[in-house]
Design a protein around this ligand. Structure first.
Ligand code: AHR
Length: 633
């Protein structure tokens, strides 16, 4: 068995690397937000679904008209005449001619059913308005498909003006696919909007918050930053579909919903405030990405020909919106937008440091002109903010070349590179950044993933990540993509975390990412792992990196054995590390093609051995393994 010696060729060659190297990329793709991380359980609760969101969808999608036995009858219409808010135009008008014995109304089936847990509380709310002074009472309840009651409550509508009513339902049983009913018990005419059901328990118990299980899974990655809300979603399907952040803040009933570029709908209940709050809650620096004044070049399924520019006479307003976002995140409560943040419940700033402008945009004159206008305005007003530009959807090609040239010309501090490739590409491209010119823009690898979720995929990514650490002086940030996918609505494969209404599946890729995030460092030591023959190790067999975490003084060595044979390692460190002992060794290993599934979620999971090992002890790297070795004084 070959022996690999872990030793330093020279401590003088150590270098500082980015303290923010590994983060996450959240895009509302594959139902990542509505029906995913966002804890709202009612689908289309505001009746804003449209056929333009998805073929066949309309205001009544995921709803049923209910005339519960016996003899209740009435009428139901979708109207737009006198809405709660112009941004939220559709609502229902329910006319109850005879409420019968059980009532007349509506039922919602949630996102593939509503998962309910016995003993838990659920917060129900709705906006109602009657047409007369006669109050109309409603039964609110959760039911299974055999019409068995799961929990119930009631509200009484007693106002001819729009008013929000709320109540709580305690679940009496656990059920995977309940429906929520809202049945009027009196005759009358009532307008209905913004029907909502939230688990009382959300991540960190935030109101309008995130699903606990998914949010905890993300938080356990300990990402250094979070990019949001996309991806292609940010620059949208045409300029009217650009993700305009101002439409997504403030009271929910006043937010402007729109179609999702991934062929569904964005309720924007998870909007900019919630994104910032979530970043803070998981200890990640926020990295919002805004359109560069142009829409996605694939708008209208045009395969690269559909980029549309915001008209020049609207660009000043658009630029102002970008500046306002910075004020919303960081401004004092005495500023216009800082005050809005405070009104939402967060007077303290969100400490925004980075802002992405553009996503994989086609490098056209329209793009360049608008990017430059936005960039110059941000630089002038907020020199403290690092703007991240874009260099196309690939690691090569026209947009990549022109993107870099443009970044050089105007001096963009950082650019966003994307690539989705085979595992072998990641293994054979580990020297990509070794040759990057350090005097040019820094790199954010904003989207990358190998094609799959096997251990081999995760190891190829891990090997590549050791090279990102080695180049952590030029690669400032990196995020695997995409993060989340609802297993019933997958628009993009592979993803890091899959989920349904009950379960969360951590892929092997997730564990590799977690090991890097949780074992990050700020100083890189080169040539730590050497082969016994003295030369540099072939990184197609073992890829390795060593970083020091200056906060703890720990030295962390990562070694990825890409080989089917085990490799023996002996550690021998000079200088200040001479007396360091190995205090934890975490291994992710298995068969090359192993993957975690909902049925078998723990096929490949990390194992930590905390027995203290001396430097002189022999360490065996298992075949196909990621090994993270922590060393302390
Ligand atoms: O991550 C999925 C998509 O891939 C992103 O929306 C886009 O930026 C990229 O093409």
């Amino acid at each position: 068995m070959p022996l690999i010696i872990v030793s330093f060729s020279g401590m003088a060659q150590s270098k500082r690397i980015s303290p923010n190297l590994f983060g996450i990329f959240f895009e509302d793709l594959s139902y990542a937000a509505d029906g995913g991380l966002y804890a709202e359980l009612v689908q289309n609760g505001s009746f804003e679904y449209l056929p333009t969101d998805h073929a066949g969808w309309n205001s009544f999608t995921s709803w049923d008209f209910i005339t519960q036995q016996f003899y209740g009858y009435g009428e139901l219409n979708v109207e737009t005449g006198k809405p709660l808010n112009a941004n939220n135009p559709h609502y229902l008008t329910l006319k109850i001619e005879d409420a019968g014995q059980q009532g007349v109304g509506i039922a919602n089936s949630g996102f593939d059913g509503i998962a309910i847990d016995s003993g838990k509380e659920y917060k129900f709310s709705v906006w109602l308005r009657t047409s007369s002074d006669q109050p109309v009472s409603f039964k609110v309840f959760l039911e299974d498909w055999k019409q068995q009651m799961i929990g119930e409550s009631s509200v009484i509508c007693n106002s001819t003006k729009w008013q929000r009513y709320e109540t709580e339902i305690t679940a009496q049983k656990t059920y995977d696919s309940a429906r929520l009913f809202l049945l009027a018990q009196d005759t009358g005419t009532v307008n209905i909007d913004m029907v909502s059901l939230f688990p009382e328990e959300t991540f960190k118990n935030r109101p309008n918050g995130m699903k606990k299980d998914l949010a905890e899974t993300i938080a356990a990655l300990h990402p250094k930053f979070m990019r949001f809300p996309g991806g292609c979603l940010t620059h949208g399907d045409g300029i009217n579909n650009i993700y305009y952040w101002k439409n997504t803040i403030g009271p929910l009933e006043q937010r402007k919903q729109q179609k999702n570029i991934w062929h569904y709908h964005q309720s924007v209940g998870l909007g900019y405030f919630e994104y910032f709050q979530f970043c803070e809650d998981i200890g990640a620096k926020p990295l919002p990405v805004l359109a560069a004044g142009v829409s996605c070049q694939n708008s209208g399924a045009t395969r690269g020909k559909g980029q549309k520019p915001i008209p020049m006479d609207q660009m000043q307003q658009y630029i102002q919106d970008v500046l306002d976002l910075i004020e919303y995140a960081n401004g004092d409560v005495s500023t216009e937008w800082g005050a809005k943040r405070a009104a939402a419940g967060h007077p303290a700033p969100f400490h925004l440091q980075y802002i992405g402008i553009g996503n994989e945009d086609k490098q056209t004159d329209n793009f360049r002109e608008r990017f430059k206008m936005i960039y110059n305005a941000v630089k002038a007003k907020h020199p403290e903010i690092t703007v991240i530009g874009t260099v196309g959807p690939n690691y090569y090609g026209e947009d990549y070349d022109l993107g870099w040239k443009f970044a050089d010309t105007i001096g963009v501090p950082m650019v966003d590179e994307h690539y989705y490739e085979k595992p072998e590409w990641f293994i054979s491209n580990q020297h990509r950044y070794d040759k990057y010119d350090r005097s040019r823009s820094k790199v954010y690898v904003g989207e990358y993933a190998s094609h799959g979720n096997t251990l081999w995929n995760a190891l190829s990514e891990a090997a590549y990540m050791t090279s990102l650490e080695r180049n952590g002086d030029v690669v400032a940030m990196a995020s695997y993509a995409p993060l989340l996918a609802n297993s019933k609505h997958i628009s993009w494969n592979p993803d890091m975390i899959y989920f349904d209404n009950r379960k969360v599946l951590k892929t092997v890729n997730y564990y590799a990412q977690q090991l890097f995030c949780n074992n990050a460092g700020t100083i890189y030591y080169p040539d730590v792992v050497k082969s016994t023959s003295g030369g540099n190790l072939r990184d197609s067999i073992v890829a390795a990196s060593a970083v020091e975490d200056s906060a703890t003084g720990n030295l962390i060595v990562k070694m990825v054995n890409l080989n089917s044979a085990p490799q023996n390692v002996r550690i021998s460190l000079p200088g200040k590390f001479k007396h360091y002992r190995i205090t934890a060794k975490t291994i992710l290993s298995g068969n090359r093609d192993d993957k975690n599934t909902f049925e078998h979620p723990d096929v490949v999971v990390p194992h930590t051995d905390k027995s203290v090992i001396k430097q002189s002890d022999l360490i065996t790297l298992l075949p196909y393994s990621l090994n993270v070795i922590r060393m302390e004084k």
